[in-house]
Design a protein around this ligand. Sequence first.
Ligand SMILES: Nc1ncnc2c1ncn2[C@@H]1O[C@H](COP(=O)(O)OP(=O)(O)OP(=O)(O)O)[C@@H](O)[C@H]1O
Ligand SMILES: [Mg+2]
Length: 327
Amino acid sequence: METITTDINTLGDYLCGQGWLKKEERVLAVETPGAGNMNFTLRVRTNQGSFIIKQSRAYVEKYPQVPAPVDRSLREAEFYTLIDQYDILKAQMPKLRGVDKENYVLNLEDLGDGIDYSFLYQKERYLKESELEEIMAFAVNLHSNIHLGTTDIKIPNREMRRLNHEHIFVFPYLQENGLNLDDIIPGLREVGNIFKQDKVLINIVQQLGERYLIDGKTLLHGDYFPGSWLNTSGGIKIIDPEFCFFGEPEFEIGVTLAHLKLAAQPQTIIDKALKFYMDRAPLQKELCFQFMATEVLRRILGLAQLPLSLNVEERHTLLQEAKEILV
Ligand SMILES: Nc1ncnc2c1ncn2[C@@H]1O[C@H](COP(=O)(O)OP(=O)(O)OP(=O)(O)O)[C@@H](O)[C@H]1O
Ligand SMILES: [Mg+2]
């Protein structure tokens, strides 16, 4: 496997070999397009424009000691292939310009240096209603257009799902998982232990985990949270479907609602998100809330931490609310 580098000459040769440079096109510069953890992502600037290169490797880019499915970018490519006949979905994603299956590299349209919505976790940053609608519309359109009734293609993406399963349904509840919660915010360890010792809660979470692993009918983005929503001059764009799979829409919407809670968005925004979706597509509300609760628990107690601005009491309240939904 060829490892992509930031060296302009080597990179130029590689891109040329793939047929990804036009006749007189030359690489002028490369830059990091934004904060990512999982993959090697580059913005390539040429004398004729720019594009994004994303390579998946057998490990997590930011933590090379942590293994990850090497071919995950091909699952991401499959997602782009499946949405290809739906203009309404394509309009909200970058165009996939090329795939190098041998080296697990995607060539994506550059959406410009718009920031993602992670700023929502900061204090007093709120989603506008029009933005919320763009975000929920993509999910509704995805779920209502691409399902077993409309396509024979399946993306089990089992390895990525297994990885995510560990992070969502297993690690957060281990007494020792390599993470000292007090390092995140003092006092969180003691609070966390209340939930890590709750056998009834853990049992219910485990059952939801089994449900996440079962193949469902509907194509999900699989990682639908503020880090996958880009704010661009052309509206909100959705990126990074590497965790996509056919599952239950309740998982996707539950995750989305959880992040609105973790970002301390007003309850009216959360209600509106749910209403927008449920006015347009079927959803089992109770199951959706259960997945929401599970995502809240894992983002506070698990390894995949977020830049939250909640104090320890606020986190405790969210954990308690989540528990009450589940138990
Ligand atoms: N098509 C694009 N146009 C412009 N910027 C992009 C594009 N794709 C990705 N980026 C930028 O690069 C960052 C990382 O991309 P992406 O999320 O796809 O990588 P990742 O390694 O899977 O990240 P993560 O670890 O968060 O899953 C994004 O947050 C965004 O800022
Ligand atoms: Mg990713």
